[in-house]
Design a binder for this molecule. Structure first.
Ligand SMILES: NC(=O)c1ccc[n+]([C@@H]2O[C@H](COP(=O)([O-])OP(=O)(O)OC[C@H]3O[C@@H](n4cnc5c(N)ncnc54)[C@H](O)[C@@H]3O)[C@@H](O)[C@H]2O)c1
Ligand SMILES: [Zn+2]
Length: 373
């Protein structure tokens, strides 16, 4: 591996595994499988649209090590993240006679990561998994932490497992093909780490704003790699302390209490997850301000930061009542109480279950100009 381009972060949870971050590091995966996993067969699970750009090259590299490799592809989209897809892929794995020391590679965004991770965790009671996230959201969030799962008609991500990958390869060069809207949505999760946990990252992003909002990782490679590395470090450190999401990991839900409500109230069709989280972070900052948990000056900085990342949004396409109804149905609601992660200053938050519905309704209303839907 090229030490100039690759940084290795070591996760310190029970199931310690390396995270490789760099450019063009997909080329390093075949040697890793040969040396560390010693698999005889590898299955790459990916989206159909990623085969030409990444899947075939990876397959060729693996085959050059005399390892049998098959690509299983599915169309893009959240609607693929179902038991039915899992069942179809399990059938294919059984037909291929994949054995317990063989290996599954999840090559794609969070949908592929969640789906392939879930499959790897239940096939033969668990076989080695390598995560190769190719969206920004998956690189800084979904691929790290071991959460896998599928959706159920009763809700998103209701069925799943905690299952750690053997290794995670974050190749930032894959982002060069990612549409701007997906980059912007993934950037919201980076902004989340900056606001809640990483003041230096907040300042770094403020300093490099002009380049960031060009949304061109190929032009400003160093900046994007820095933001990704910092985010991965934050997620790794939280997850290492709280692998099963009992306490500290809750900080990562900043923007998500409202964000999930917004996504669900618009049937997951209007906003990408990160877009809904961005508006959630804005409104949750306003809640903190209203409750005098943060100074107006500090809140202004956070809101200004989010707006300058181009997240200004004035139309949530749903009524405040509908959004609140959906928030209360979220699986993270404990004993009927909504929990909010509220910033108290840049880099610091508190978690509160004491926010009155009236305040939330009032603040949401400002963003619900088209509330007749
Ligand atoms: N497990 C977790 O901890 C966790 C955390 C956050 C989100 N998630 C899950 O992640 C999913 C969302 O993930 P996502 O935002 O990555 O969406 P996604 O997986 O649907 O990918 C978005 C689109 O980008 C395409 N794509 C992927 N990589 C590309 C590339 N390099 N170039 C061009 N196109 C590319 C995909 O084919 C797809 O069309 C949701 O299902 C969510 O529940 C999981
Ligand atoms: Zn999120």
């Amino acid at each position: 591996m090229n030490p100039m381009q690759t940084e290795i972060l070591e996760i310190t949870s029970k199931s310690s595994h390396p995270i490789f971050i760099g450019t063009q590091i997909l080329d390093d995966i075949p040697a890793y499988i040969q040396k560390e996993i010693k698999a005889e067969k590898v299955v790459i699970i990916t989206n159909t649209n990623l085969i030409d750009a990444f899947g075939n090259v990876l397959k060729k590299g693996i085959e050059s090590k005399k390892i049998h490799c098959t690509i299983i592809d599915i169309p893009s989209g959240e609607e693929q993240k179902t038991f039915q897809t899992v069942s179809q892929i399990l059938n294919q794995l059984l037909t291929l006679k994949l054995e317990r020391n063989d290996c599954i590679i999840a090559l794609g965004g969070g949908v592929i990561g969640d789906l392939a991770g879930f499959i790897a965790s239940i096939y033969l009671r668990g076989i080695p998994l390598i995560q190769v996230p190719t969206t920004l959201l998956a690189q800084v969030d979904a691929s790290i932490g071991g959460k896998t799962g599928v959706n159920h008609p009763k809700g998103k991500n209701l069925i799943g497992t905690f299952y750690q990958a053997k290794a995670i390869f974050i190749d930032t060069a894959t982002l060069h093909l990612l549409p701007k809207r997906e980059l912007r949505a993934g950037l919201a999760e980076i902004a989340k780490y900056a606001i809640t946990l990483n003041t230096p990252l907040f300042h770094y992003m403020t300093k490099h704003l002009k380049e960031i909002i060009k949304f061109s990782p190929s032009q400003s490679q160093e900046i994007w790699q820095h933001m990704i590395k910092e985010s991965v470090k934050n997620k790794v450190s939280i997850v290492s302390e709280d692998e099963k999401e009992s306490g500290k990991r809750a900080i990562l839900n900043f923007g998500h209490t409202i964000g999930h409500g917004v996504e669900a109230a618009t049937n997951f069709k209007t906003f990408l997850h990160g877009e809904a989280v961005a508006i959630g972070m804005l409104i949750e900052t306003e809640i903190a301000e209203k409750l005098s948990l943060i100074s107006n000056e500090e809140a202004k900085k956070i809101k200004g930061f989010l707006n300058s990342l181009s997240y200004e949004e004035t139309n949530l396409h749903a009524t405040p009542e509908k959004i609140i109804e959906k928030m209360q149905m979220d699986k993270k609601v404990k004993s009927g109480k909504l929990h909010y992660v509220l910033p108290t200053e840049i880099g610091k938050t508190i978690i509160s279950n004491q926010v009155s519905i009236d305040i939330v309704k009032e603040l949401l209303a400002k963003y619900c100009s088209d509330a007749t839907l």
